[in-house]
Design a protein around this ligand. Sequence first.
Ligand SMILES: *Cc1c(COP(=O)(O)O)cnc(C)c1O
Length: 405
Amino acid sequence: MTLSYLTHLECSYTGKEYEAGKPHNLSEAGKPLLARYDLDAIKGSITKGELAKRDEGFWRYREFLPVAKSVNRVSLGEVVTPMIPLKKMARKEGHTGELIVKDEGRLPTGSFKARGLCLAVSMAKEFGLKHLAMPTNGNAGAALAAYASAADMRTTVFCPDDTPRVNIEEIAFQGADVYTVNGLITDCGKIVGEGKEKVGWFDVSTLKEPYRIEGKKTMGLELAEQFGWELPDAIFYPTGGGTGLIGMAKAFDELEAIGWIGSKRPKLIVVQASGCAPIVKAWEEGVEHAPLWENATTAAAGIRVPAAVGDFLILRAVRETNGFAIAVDEKDIFDSWREVARDEGFLLCPEGAATYAAYRQAVKTGQIEKTDKVVLFNCATGLKYPMASDSKTIDRTKTIDYDQF
Ligand SMILES: *Cc1c(COP(=O)(O)O)cnc(C)c1O
């Protein structure tokens, strides 16, 4: 029995259609392919009430996903990620609306890369692929390694050599062959692309296969369901390749097409670091594509992406939702990281902290109203990142000065 309502794939740039039943990378135009479904059939197959009774995790949305056979649904214990109000931070800003973090750090492998790679690996399993490869700044490689190992597939992963050790070791520990490369993620991507013919691995780079977006789409489905099918006013998204932003926009369009939500959209807001802000620059200049950002630097590795193959899709989603793009300084990111941890007891990741810094900036400029319902994305657990230490030491062999405490 087939469970998938996937009908075909479509070039996101030219609209040309591609057959769904086999693996694909980019379209002939060199652009991402988007999965298309029989939305009327989805509409007739499930109600909101039936959905509400299902188990947590990505597969509760299976009608909206491309995997046909249930044996191919790889799973590592996914959860519906919680929405946590930042009450003290909101009070500080005089925010009377809601300020909520969707905490993706609770997912398997500690980041929302689990969403995309769970789906990409499940589809690779459906196609009988045996060897997957990708460039990564860390979190995607970890999710790929974990899901592919669970599905008995081989993985080869390339990281820039300044990727934090903890990420590199996590990837290797979960079964991947990992190589560090003296370059950026774009240089690693080149190796994966060139090796495709020679080695025969399948390229699962961001947006270079169609199903990671489908996995990230579950963020939009989940958000809509968690908000009772009334979307919030604004979503701040730390943007690297932009899969999540594109995926959420796609989720909202599909939900509207089946009549589960109306036409209201949250402002989709691209957040980047000022040391690597190609999308923000393109947004400000009003152009369709974002040229490669030279000498990209930020310690928020998840958003250190100098060129995005889906740049025009990110910019389109921002424009169509009356959103905007905003760059935040490195100091602001790391001050926010510490401030939210200390004041609110919430350990964001630096990329998540960037969304808080951007939110604060946008309140100041009036781009966000204090009455708005705002969602910030925390995309990974903060525990994967090196933290500045504020600890002191005690010599237990000497007299302890208790006045110091
Ligand atoms: C990958 C990643 C991002 C960027 O996500 P995209 O959907 O690729 O733009 C942001 N933060 C973290 C922690 C990531 O791992």
